[in-house]
Design a protein around this ligand. Structure first.
Ligand code: PAF
Length: 280
């Protein structure tokens, strides 16, 4: 496995893989990799002959209260994990090498970006969509794999790829969970063992909504209320949103009839913000 830091090096490595007859898979990350990321890389390896993993903490997607400098960097562990998971290349640029000087172009995916996390993290999805568009152009992969855990990000990227005609197939990969059911996240490292136990109220809340949906309930207010009751029973959790949304538009729905829907939850637990979602 190679590690490169500049776009010309990345392009040369991808060109060599193509010349060797390999299709190209891509997994964008911000590093601090856990089993969830590694499962994305393994999935990309099943779908393509050569897997590029980007490790890049992008300043524009961090909000004003989200400290870019404090984002955990664990490059040596990440490198070992990528190699073991089957990656062929890590692309780890620095921001000055990646963003052209004076760059002033943004990709703004309207509508899909507006609610849920978009409401509480202004500018976040604009940063994500812009960097992912640039990465797509730099890597030129056949397939790109994203985690289902970041459901709104996935919807934003799908919409962007469709609207801007990116010739890349977007694959959504299932959320990997801790043994207690909490979704894996780089942020889980900030939780104490007690908080990790308290966080199980989030998957329990989703399960309460899913159980009602399985019993035939389609009224979103009832599904949401069932989940909110479970969250409220765990006072350590401070919910930011708990919504029943259309999977494609991310808009809140009144009923789940006739469309793919999910329950999406964001909560603060101490100073850590956790998100999760489940199909209904
Ligand atoms: O999900 C992430 O880690 C980031 O938002 C992504 C897709 C790598 C863009 O920086």
């Amino acid at each position: 496995m190679e590690v490169v830091h500049t776009i010309p090096e990345l392009r040369a490595a991808v060109a060599r893989a193509r010349q060797a007859g390999k299709s190209v898979g891509f997994v964008p990350t911000m590093g601090c990799l856990h089993e969830g990321h590694l499962s994305l890389i393994r999935r990309a390896k099943q779908e393509s002959g050569y897997v590029v993993v980007s490790i890049f903490v992008t300043p524009p997607q961090c909000g004003p209260n989200e400290d870019f400098a404090k984002y955990p960097r664990t490059f040596e562990d990440d490198r070992r994990g990528c190699e073991a998971a089957g990656a062929g290349l890590i692309f780890a640029p620095s921001a000055p090498d990646f963003y052209p000087a004076g760059a002033s172009t943004w990709v703004d995916v309207e509508g899909v970006s507006a609610g849920l996390c978009g409401e509480f993290r202004p500018g976040h999805f604009r940063g994500v969509a812009t960097v992912v568009a640039m990465l797509f152009n730099a890597v030129q992969a056949d397939v790109a794999v994203f985690g289902r855990k970041d459901l709104q990000q996935l919807a934003v990227i799908r919409r962007m790829a469709r609207d801007l005609l990116f010739p890349v197939r977007i694959i959504a990969h299932e959320t990997v969970r801790e043994p207690n059911g909490v979704a894996m996240s780089s942020r889980n490292r900030y939780l104490t063992p007690e908080q990790l136990a308290q966080a199980t109220a989030i998957p329990a809340a989703m399960e309460a909504a899913q159980a009602l949906a399985r019993a035939g309930v389609t009224d979103a207010a009832r599904l949401r209320a069932a989940a909110q009751a479970v969250l409220a029973a765990q006072p350590a959790l401070k919910p930011q949103y708990c919504e029943i949304v259309d999977l494609e538009t991310m808009a809140s729905v009144a009923s789940t009839i006739g469309k793919g829907c999910a329950i999406a939850i964001a909560c603060h637990l101490g100073t850590t913000r956790l998100i999760d979602n489940a199909d209904l």
